[in-house]
Design a protein around this ligand. Structure first.
Ligand code: NAD
Length: 479
């Protein structure tokens, strides 16, 4: 753990083993934090807050920019750690590190551009004017999941620090190592001791203490919807500011006039990147009758190129490496969801097997045609490389089915028909709609869901709003 610039063992002394999901070998261990560790981290962050908030904004921006540069310089090592603990192929891990550096630099550049407002006021109570100023909030908790441990850390830590807050980060217990390396780089960049702290441990054991701590004013959470609900039950009564980036079941609508080749390539990345363990992803694809056969045959052909295996070893071209599922329980749940899809009339067009590996939690990427609307592949989030595909003939019906989910994170449409684009943008209940584009979370645009996908925004200048309190100041005595 990193608390107040010191690397510490847990107060209770217990360690959590970190396991490579491809080999099941232990690759390290981290302290299993307990209540005392969280309390120390929060107290340390609270002490560090006034000085960091008062630090010249250009200095804060400079330190963040330096952190981005150090992340780029250490990209190879960070990616290797990420692959070992998370399982993703090394090229994908490099992509995640690059995205992290980009996001941190984005907020380094944004830090000096935060503005308030001036307001003329009626003079009935005497001449006065108003100002709207932005004040940092204090200690922020940053809680991250196992699928993109680094980018999701960056989307919380960078805007928090840029706006003058201090942070206690809690990575998933199975992916703490790359997070700790990044925290070390922030320290090397000049982030003062106590401004960024990392407490390792199990969410079920220390999460409530962190979220419920009276000195934590802001909670940024990414993870499962069920965990998000639990967090709100603790943070809500304490009236904390919370953003929740939760699960998703993004629909994709491929129309008859679509560039099928481009759509297939985007869906491949959108569903099978990170072995499908992505919140934003192509999770249900609706294809118009006229291009259904073409789309599905290209899709199945491309999915067949994947070779699940150890992310550190490249597949031989034209094969593509896919990493393991991060947790055995998650892999087993995917198999159950797949079986449920078949029980509801779905036809497995490719994949779904788990064999052929001595060790590791692998699943052959799958495509399932037409599982019934009541199947778990439709009603639940599918957090892995299993893709249901559906034929549609009526666009209204496709829109209705796209919205027929508790989730509302991303969505996309593939067409050049401006009326359909307009309708998708207006009518799909989601935080984002991509048009003829891959589901990718740009640092520049606000990102977040509706319905069971949560609330609040990360990314973009808008994310800075949730790390400051607006305060109105009325200045009188002018005459
Ligand atoms: P998870 O909810 O199990 O864990 C996320 C984090 O919460 C971990 O750090 C965990 O230790 C912690 N946690 C667990 N119990 C807690 C508690 N009581 N209090 C505080 N923290 C607690 O999620 P996961 O399985 O690691 O991640 C996968 C999920 O995350 C999927 O549902 C996925 O869609 C979602 N996700 C969403 C986004 C998004 O931006 N919307 C991005 C990535 C992942």
């Amino acid at each position: 753990m990193l608390i107040g610039g010191e690397w510490r063992q847990a107060a209770a002394g217990e360690e959590i083993e970190v396991v490579n999901p491809a080999t099941e070998a232990a690759i390290g261990s981290v302290p299993a934090g307990a209540q005392a560790d969280v309390e120390l981290a929060v107290a340390t962050a609270k002490r560090a807050f006034p000085a960091w908030a008062a630090t010249d904004v250009e200095q804060r921006a400079h330190v963040l920019a330096k952190a981005a540069t150090l992340i780029e310089e250490h990209a190879a090592d960070l990616a290797a750690t990420l692959t070992a603990e998370q399982g993703k192929p090394i090229a994908e891990a490099r992509g995640e590190v690059t995205h992290l550096a980009h996001g941190v630099r984005y907020y380094a550049e944004a830090a000096t551009k935060v503005r308030g407002a001036h307001q003329e006021l009626p003079s009935a109570l005497g001449p006065a004017y108003g100002m709207v100023i932005r004040r940092p909030m204090g200690v922020c908790a940053a809680i991250t999941p196992y699928n993109f441990p680094l980018t999701l850390l960056g989307t919380k830590v960078a805007p928090a620090l840029a706006s003058g807050n201090t942070v206690v980060a809690k990575p998933a217990s199975t992916t703490p190592l790359a997070t700790l390396e990044v925290a070390r780089l922030f320290a090397e960049a000049g982030v003062p001791d106590g401004v960024l702290n990392v407490v390792t441990g199990r969410g079920a054991e220390i999460g409530d203490v962190l979220v419920g701590h009276p000195d934590v004013r802001r909670v940024a959470f990414t993870g499962e919807t069920a965990t998000g609900r639990h967090i709100v039950s603790i943070a809500g009564p304490a009236l904390k500011r919370v953003t929740l980036e939760l699960g998703g079941s993004d629909p994709v609508i491929v129309c008859a006039d679509a560039d099928v080749d481009a759509a297939v390539k985007a869906v491949i990345i959108g569903r099978y990147w990170n072995a499908g363990q992505a919140c934003l992803g192509c999770k249900r694809v609706f294809i118009e009758d006229a291009v259904y056969d073409d789309f599905v045959s290209q899709l199945v052909e491309r999915v067949g190129r994947y070779e699940p295996g150890d992310g550190t070893v490249k597949a031989e071209k034209p094969r593509l490496r896919m990493g393991p599922i991060h947790k055995r329980s998650a892999r087993d749940e995917l198999v159950e969801q797949l079986e449920d899809g078949v029980a509801h009339g779905g036809e497995v067009l490719i994949g779904g097997g788990t064999g052929g590996h001595q060790k590791g939690w692998f699943l052959d990427p799958a495509v399932v045609a037409e599982p019934g609307d009541g199947s778990r592949l439709v009603t639940e989030e599918v957090f892995g490389p299993v893709l249901p595909v559906f034929r549609f003939t009526d666009f209204d019906d496709a829109l209705r089915r796209a919205n027929d989910t508790p989730y509302g994170l991303g969505s996309s449409i593939w067409t050049h028909d401006v009326r359909r684009i307009h309708r998708a943008a207006q009518e799909i209940d989601a935080g984002m709609t991509w048009v003829n584009q891959i589901h990718y979370g740009y640092d520049e645009l606000p990102f977040g869901g509706v319905k069971d996908s949560g609330f609040g925004k990360e990314h973009g200048l808008e994310a800075l709003d949730s790390y400051v309190e607006l305060k109105s100041v009325v200045v009188g005595g002018l005459q």
